[in-house]
Design a binder for this molecule. Structure first.
Ligand code: ATP
Ligand code: MG
Ligand code: FE
Length: 346
């Protein structure tokens, strides 16, 4: 079946078309430039941009795949988590299409879609497996038994998400928004061992209760203190070294805990998903540590790591293949949909 996926949880309007694990189209319109001068996503601007971009993005996706809307067999849409007004636009569009085309509607979880997208690069998911989800709003370790129906949360951040830490640290360093790519680029010129930044929740006493949890707010504070100290001493901030050392601290903790989670739960495969998985050092260090531990790692191409409609279509295709009942046509968005609720049912 041909599955159409719609994504509008944040500032990307994404439409994807997928058949099984084959990607046919992936078109993304982003309003990121409109938010840059505010240093973060402005919800009202994002919602309006989704409204304007929705129909042209749908058209472009159909053109790219060489299909028409009449060929679509099922519509999947991000039902949450995300910005309430932004979700509303995608859910509204998906409901209208499902009614008009008389096809089933599936309201799915954006976070599980970040994981399911791995099927588009390398074929069917090697479940059961572990998944490290690192994005702008979430940082979680998952045990994926079946991506359509059984995703278990092993641990998550107790404060900032990894992407949020990248964005806030970039701001402290005077780097542009979004901070992830900017830090990644600055770090290429820096020494990752220049500054020993803290590794949150890795001390023996923390591991008892928070073995698979993360904390990045202490790291952000440590960077802020470092920058202030430079300013107080009238020295220029060594931006590249701070960026590289910060990035190393984040990647060290993420990869250590992901490998530990797989070992502890007897999982031989690990998936990496979410916007921060576009980070080169994270990919490199995770590949290295997985190889040492005998864990097979699957990482989507960077374009599929950040928000897009293809990931929603990919999860929709899993849900359709599993024969699960569609969502009601009264579907609404849920800004705080938990990762364990893959599909919003009746
Ligand atoms: P969520 O998925 O939790 O709802 P989101 O959809 O806003 O949040 P994503 O689009 O998955 O998040 O990821 C965006 C985040 O990824 C931003 O914080 C951004 O800084 C970060 N990011 C993007 N590219 C990179 C990179 N190359 N290195 C590090 N971080 C990156
Ligand atoms: Mg975005
Ligand atoms: Fe996302």
């Amino acid at each position: 079946p041909l599955v159409l996926g719609i994504e509008t949880s944040c500032d990307e309007t994404g439409v994807g078309l997928v058949r099984g694990t084959t990607l046919l189209a992936d078109v993304v319109a982003s309003s990121v430039d409109e938010h840059a001068r505010f240093g973060g996503v402005v919800p009202e601007i994002a919602s309006r941009a989704h409204l304007e971009a929705m129909v042209p993005t749908l058209r472009r996706a159909c053109d790219e795949a060489g299909v028409t809307l009449a060929d679509v067999d099922a519509v999947a849409v991000t039902a949450g988590p995300g910005l309430a007004g932004a979700l509303l636009v995608g859910v509204g569009a998906a409901k209208a299409l499902a009614w008009a085309l008389d096809v089933p509607l599936y309201g799915v979880n954006h976070l599980d879609a970040h994981v399911a997208v791995c099927a588009l690069d390398g074929g069917p998911l090697p479940t059961p497996c572990g998944a490290l989800l690192v994005s702008g709003g979430h940082t979680s370790l998952l045990h994926v038994v079946d991506v359509a129906s059984d995703v278990r949360l092993l641990g998550e951040t107790v404060d900032d998400a990894a992407g949020e830490a990248f964005d806030k640290t970039a701001r402290l360093l005077g780097l542009p928004y979004p901070g992830g790519p900017a830090i990644g680029a600055a770090a290429l010129e820096g020494d990752p061992t220049a500054i020993a930044f803290p590794r949150g929740l890795t001390a023996a006493r923390d591991l008892e209760r928070h073995r698979f949890d993360f904390s990045f707010s202490g790291l952000k504070t440590a960077v802020a203190r470092w920058v202030r100290a430079c300013e107080a001493q009238g020295r220029p901030v060594p931006v590249a070294d701070v960026a590289a050392s910060f990035q190393e601290a984040v990647c060290d903790v993420l990869t250590r805990k992901a490998v530990d989670a797989c070992r502890t739960h007897g999982l031989e495969h690990l998936l990496l998903g979410g916007g921060v998985s576009a980070n080169g050092r994270l990919r490199e260090l995770l590949a290295e540590r997985c190889a040492e531990a005998g864990i097979a790692l699957r990482v989507p191409r960077p374009r599929l790591s950040t928000d897009n409609g293809a990931m929603v279509a990919a999860l929709g295709a899993h849900v359709v293949a599993a024969g699960l009942p569609p969502s009601p046509r009264t579907l609404g968005g849920d800004p705080s949909l938990p990762v364990g609720r893959v599909l919003v049912g009746a």
